[in-house]
Unconditional design. Structure first.
Length: 285
């Protein structure tokens, strides 16, 4: 005790940053990439993965998204076991698929199925950007096309959440063909006068933005989502012009008439319920 009085003490304790990293196990906290606020992962999850300080929308896994949307315990998954082959024998592709399957516990970059949202039956598809960057291979395309067919059979609306880097390069032209296949399946919905709502989340680019993600009867996006076909640099080099800072953001697209609405995640479920309510088929009631 007495010894402490004579010891030279610093006024403030300083913790070296390396030490902080060691003391906070990975996964407990996350840094917001937009405002750099340190966020507690559990609180972030409770807030639907949206930063409380600046409203930045972190990505969501397919199952987190489904849970945040459907009425409790009512989702039935379609085509759970469909898995990609390696049609072009692309070096390392099988290995990469395997790793992503282990990491995400998914068999593909999209989960499809049916459930209820606010009591309205829907077919729902949700892409997961953690699986091969949400890229559209032949299985992802097939699952989306089959989901649209199911919507036609059952006369349900179809809601699809896109999150994708575009086509899957390891499947070459087969991947590009999914653009036509999914578009044709949605056209069938259109012929049957069924509602298709596309929700574009961060990021929705390449072949996905150029096919089903832009074909909604209603196209919605999450705030700040990057949406576009080619990347900014490619376009700047091609047109030899500097592009505006907010180019290819959801807000820019809304301003220029390419989207119907930008909806924050906290309002997504109620917005969808309102849309479903407006379009509900009441002839049987
Ligand atoms: Zn933030």
């Amino acid at each position: 005790m007495l010894r402490d009085l004579f010891r030279k003490q610093k006024k403030y304790a300083t913790i070296p940053s390396e030490q902080v990293k060691k003391d906070i196990p990975e996964g407990i906290m996350q840094k917001c990439p937009k405002c750099r606020e340190i966020l507690i992962t559990k609180e972030l999850e409770k807030n639907l993965n949206v930063c409380k300080a600046c409203d930045y929308h972190f990505s969501m896994s397919a199952w987190e998204r489904i849970e945040s949307l459907v009425d409790t315990g009512c989702f039935v998954e379609y085509d759970q076991d469909l898995q990609s082959e390696d049609p072009l024998q692309f070096p390392g592709y099988r290995n990469k698929l395997q790793k992503d399957m282990e990491k995400t516990k998914l068999n593909e970059a999209v989960v499809t199925g049916e459930g209820y949202i606010g009591g309205y039956p829907v077919v729902l598809g949700v892409m997961d950007s953690r699986f091969r960057m949400g890229s559209m291979g032949s299985v992802a395309g097939e699952k989306i096309a089959r989901a649209a067919e199911k919507a036609v059979q059952k006369r349900f609306p179809f809601i699809l959440f896109a999150a994708s880097g575009g086509a899957r390069m390891q499947e070459g032209v087969l991947s590009l063909m999914q653009m036509a296949k999914t578009s044709a399946a949605l056209q069938k919905m259109n012929r049957h006068r069924l509602l298709f709502v596309s929700v574009l989340t961060n990021p929705t680019t390449g072949g996905v933005s150029a096919s089903f993600a832009s074909l909604g009867d209603i196209n919605i996006a999450e705030p700040g989502a990057l949406i576009g076909f080619a990347g900014r640099r490619v376009i700047e080099q091609t047109v030899r012009q500097k592009l505006p800072d907010d180019f290819q953001t959801a807000e820019f697209l809304l301003k220029h008439g390419q989207l119907d609405q930008v909806v924050p995640r906290s309002k997504m479920r109620e917005t969808l319920i309102r849309i479903l309510d407006i379009h509900a088929d009441r002839r049987e009631a």
